[in-house]
Design a protein around this ligand. Structure first.
Ligand code: FES
Ligand SMILES: [Fe+2]
Length: 443
């Protein structure tokens, strides 16, 4: 069937390069939605987005409008946002509270929070003797085939078959463990609401950029330099000779020069997930950090505390739709809208039980690095758009991922970049390897 629709898809992906149509062909996009986004585990949201019974949050999975809802039993479910009567979307708002039950705005069919049909106006007179009514599952809102959560992060798969969430996430679970373990109470809480950005480029261009250690000191150089100048100026004027940590978040783009990025490492896992090790030195000895450390030591003991804050990762990419920066409690969820349109939701979280100042640090990174207003994000967005434009042209057939190709260290279940090869394009090769498998029908 695949071959009928797109001839010889296997020729589109080679270990070190990919055909440009993979990013620009609408037929390939449709197959991606069918075989990847509407089949694999996709992040829906955090449980704290729906704290009370009846709370719902709408979310796009592949091409499907879905909603995440908490029931009276406390359980979080994911349902298709569609009325079984004549197909009306149940919830037109992005989020809200359904009250005691969902009520369709068209003809007032009502549904319990688990999607089961509750009532139809004049059901007896209108449907007696027909096949429609409470006994017919087609008259209830359809649930996602599978829903599981890991440490409060809810995922759904629209396919009844496939590996469990835990197995799918594998080593990338560290994203959620690292985020939650840094909370004295072992949990995080979402900060409503998120930033939403629509990028005029293919979804894979965003994901390939996430662990691209070669680009920050080039793409974000001007931002980094400007921040570094201000940082030095402030340092000169203060007694201790230090600028607030938030300046460091931006100046690192200039001070961590292109050659230094090779010193980091990427770890590449099955299903397309990848990890970039840490680089920013986020353990300053300021009073805020020391106060936080004290609370953490009380909660976990000295040994466990050292283990938790010693986790050395900066970025975890969970293919095909999530980019997590756990030490700063941020994540970006990727929602493809079309072959050249991608929505990203940019969320950040509070560490439960941590002092306000630690939250402010996360907020600063959220605003300064990940928000639509920052130059960092704008620099990336411009590249993404330009990449998509270039790939839509006849100027060449291939996207190349050849940097340090053939020098990766293959170990059971992980491909590591070699010593001093942090700028390897191994993460992109790993993503495309997984992509090809998914497109062949692997689950
Ligand atoms: S479409 Fe929902 S009640 Fe008619
Ligand atoms: Fe970037």
């Amino acid at each position: 069937m695949l071959q009928e629709r797109i001839s010889d898809l296997s020729g589109y992906v080679e270990p070190d390069r990919v055909r440009r149509e993979v990013y620009t062909d609408a037929r390939i996009f449709d197959l991606e939605m069918e075989r990847i986004h509407e089949r694999m585990w996709i992040y829906c949201g955090h449980e704290s987005q729906v704290p009370r019974a009846g709370d719902y949050y709408t979310v796009q999975i592949g091409r499907q409008p879905m909603l995440m809802v908490r029931g009276k039993d406390g359980k979080v479910r994911v349902l298709y946002n569609r009325c079984p009567h004549r197909g009306n979307m149940m919830c037109g708002d992005r989020h809200g509270n359904a009250g005691e039950f969902f009520r369709c705005s068209y003809h007032a069919w009502t549904f319990h929070h688990d999607g089961k049909l509750r009532s139809i106006p004049m059901m007896e007179s209108g449907y007696q003797g027909t096949r429609f009514g409470k006994g017919n599952p087609d008259c209830s809102m359809k649930p996602a085939a599978r829903v599981e959560s890991y440490r409060g992060f809810v995922f759904a798969s629209l396919s009844p078959e496939g590996v469990s969430l835990k197995e799918f996430l594998g080593a990338s679970r560290i994203a959620f463990d690292d985020m939650c373990d840094r909370a004295p109470e072992g949990e995080v809480e979402v900060v409503p609401n998120c930033f939403r950005v629509i990028q005029h480029s293919n979804w894979k261009i965003f994901l390939e950029n996430q662990l691209d250690a070669l680009h920050p000191s080039v793409t974000h150089q001007s931002t980094g330099r400007a921040a570094h100048e201000v940082e030095k100026e402030i340092a000169r004027k203060t007694k201790k000779g230090e600028a607030p940590l938030s300046y460091h978040m931006l100046s690192a783009f200039a001070t961590v020069t292109i050659d230094k990025w090779d010193a980091f490492q990427t770890l590449n896992y099955p299903y397309g997930h990848c990890i970039l090790t840490g680089y920013m030195g986020l353990r300053p000895q300021d009073p805020d950090t020391l106060a936080y450390d004290k609370i953490m030591i009380k909660a976990y003991g000295k040994k466990r505390f050292e283990e938790i804050v010693g986790v050395n990762i900066h970025h975890v990419l969970i293919y095909p739709g999530l980019s997590v920066q756990s030490p700063l409690q941020q994540l970006r969820a990727v929602r493809p809208l079309g072959v050249d349109r991608t929505l990203t939701e940019i969320w950040h979280f509070r560490l439960k039980g941590a002092p306000e100042a630690i939250y402010r640090r996360s907020l600063a990174y959220y605003n300064l690095v990940n928000s639509p207003a920052t130059l960092v994000n704008a620099d990336d967005l411009e590249n993404f758009w330009k990449c998509h434009q270039g790939l839509s042209s006849d100027g060449g057939d291939w996207v190349t991922f050849g940097r340090h190709f053939g020098r990766d260290i293959e170990k059971p279940g992980v491909v590591e970049t070699g010593p001093n090869m942090g700028t390897s394009e191994a993460p992109m090769r790993n993503q495309m390897k997984a992509w090809a498998k998914y497109m062949e029908g692997a689950r």
